[in-house]
Design a protein around this ligand. Structure first.
Ligand code: BES
Ligand code: MN
Ligand code: ZN
Length: 500
């Protein structure tokens, strides 16, 4: 997909679709740079279709308006100006792309509303349009045969119409948007790739490739089983034991010449979660290739970090393994000692993510001594019950870090909502015979008790936990996602790293 900025009269562009956006407040005014007779014709169509500018309002005006060079016009409502933020911009561009896809448009022009350019600035606006266009038109086609692929007509070019005096400021937005969206789509690809391919060694190889392509900005270290053993990561190894796939511990590092602080990013990397001996029902297992979405987000960030160049050291940690019910698998009642010395009674082998993260967090604290740690994990179904499919649960022990992540989330499109790290519930994960147990007493508040479990391994280092079980994987098509991996977390983390 090619992006270009153009100073032009929008109706003079010979495109398949000219995409227009209208706020409710602006319906009565003259839109953009169109000649009066075209405006009359557009207004006629809007009236006929009862278009009021609500975000759900869309219509296609086809063909021959006076003096128009475009083939069709796709109009999308933007709602009210007061309620419009960057997240709304992403969504509206996504909806507009979907509308044009319905008209089989290959070459599209967006008439960028002045309100966007003024409110967000030309660079941010263009960056957001590029990101939304790329995310919206993503499809995972690797396993479709050519006959099927030939039926699809992908969008080839997107022209953004912009006033001359804003052009220079806008140009950086294209490159920035392509980087951020590219990293997000890479994370999607990793999640969508079946677990027969994305094994722990495969994820490790991806990390190695990222380092190789980074022109020296990223270094990587891969531990195989004996080194994991030497480092006493018994909780991680316990989960891996029921599988024929060997585990890998992945350490990625980005270290600029001068760094203001050091942040550890930890991704849950269960390449497939059967539940182990506490086996999942087949319905719940169907999508469990998604259980490395946290790891995919971390890999996504590292795939572009050398180009984005944040002024901080970033360490990426992934304990990658499968959760399988093989002959050597963990048994309910088994007790494991995590790398920080705490003992864990494993009562449910399906609560495996917290076991692997326990050792990743312990390692980060002891060997990396970061200023901050952020983990991303498809950790609990309970979090999906609490917040639904579109919003990640945010937990942590540091008010400042949590506020900064909320802020980074707001402008990224990746939505989070803070849930409490309620200390009085820690009672519920005390074990009779070990230090803690991996499931709770009772059945309520499962996302919180999982976060409290992780907290046992943070040693009070500022830490935030994102439970992304809901938003990591889309069960249906939305303006910005296809069914499958969403790349959730990549945009949020990149935004955060840029803001530090
Ligand atoms: N990977 C799952 C969580 C999950 C569920 C992710 C749905 C995405 C969608 C996790 O390992 C798990 O199985 N969690 C259990 C924990 C329980 C056994 C304490 C759960 O949420 O049911
Ligand atoms: Mn599980
Ligand atoms: Zn899991």
């Amino acid at each position: 997909m090619k992006f270009t900025l153009k100073v032009a009269k929008p109706h003079k562009l010979a495109v398949d679709s000219l995409n227009l956006f209208l706020f409710e407040e602006d319906l009565a005014k003259s839109f953009s740079d169109f000649p009066p007779q075209i405006i009359v014709q557009i207004k006629e169509a809007l009236n006929k279709e009862n278009f009021k500018g609500a975000t759900s309002d869309q219509l296609v005006i086809s063909g021959s308006l006076d003096e128009a060079a475009f083939y069709k016009m796709s109009v999308s409502g933007l709602g009210k100006k007061a309620e419009f933020d960057l997240a709304a911009l992403y969504e509206s561009v996504g909806r507009s792309i979907r509308l044009s896809q319905g008209t089989k448009a290959v070459k599209i022009a967006f008439d960028l509303p002045l309100f966007w350019l003024d409110k967000f600035g030309p660079e941010k606006t263009v960056e957001a349009v590029v990101i939304a266009a790329m995310l919206s038109s993503y499809k995972f086609l690797k396993y479709k045969s050519q006959v099927e692929i030939n039926k699809i007509r992908p969008i080839e070019e997107i022209i953004m119409v912009i006033p001359a005096q804003k052009l220079a400021q806008a140009e950086g937005g294209i490159r920035g948007g392509i980087l951020i969206a590219g990293a997000t789509l890479y994370a999607r690809d990793l999640v969508n790739e079946p677990a027969q391919i994305t094994t722990p060694p495969f994820l490790a190889e991806e990390a190695v490739k990222i380092a190789k392509n980074s022109k020296g900005a990223v270094t990587v270290k891969i531990w195989e089983e004996d080194e994991i053993k030497k480092n006493k990561m018994e909780a991680f190894l316990g989960v891996s034991r029921g599988s024929h796939q060997p585990p890998r511990f992945i350490v990625m590092r980005y270290k600029p010449a001068r760094s203001r602080k050091k942040i550890a990013l930890l991704g849950k990397g269960i390449t497939f979660d059967t539940g182990g001996l506490s086996l999942k029902g087949s319905e719940h297992m169907e999508t469990m290739k998604l259980d490395m979405a946290g790891a995919a987000a971390v890999l996504g960030v590292f795939s572009v970090i050398g180009e984005i160049k944040p002024p901080i050291e970033v360490v990426g940690l992934i304990a990658a393994c499968e959760n399988m019910p093989g002959g050597r698998a963990l048994k309910p009642g088994d007790i494991l000692k995590a790398a920080n010395g705490k003992t864990i009674e494993v009562l449910n082998t399906d609560a495996e993510g917290r076991l692997t993260l326990a050792d990743s967090l312990s390692f980060a604290v002891k060997s990396e001594k970061p200023d901050e740690m952020i983990d991303l994990a498809t950790l609990t179904g309970a979090c999906v019950v609490a917040l639904g499919e579109n919003i990640a649960g945010l937990f942590g022990n540091d008010v400042k870090l949590l506020a900064a992540l909320e802020k980074a989330s707001n402008s990224s499109g990746d939505r989070v909502w803070q849930l409490p790290l309620e200390k009085s519930y820690a009672e519920l994960i005390k074990s009779q015979i070990a230090d803690i147990k991996n499931t709770q007493t009772g059945k309520y508040g499962g996302a919180i008790t999982a976060a409290l479990f992780l907290n046992e391994f943070t040693a009070d280092v500022p830490w935030a936990h994102l439970d992304i079980a809901g938003p990591a994987f889309a069960e249906k098509v939305t303006p910005l996602t296809a069914v499958g991996g969403t790349g959730f977390g990549v945009r949020l983390l990149l935004n955060y790293l840029k803001s530090v």
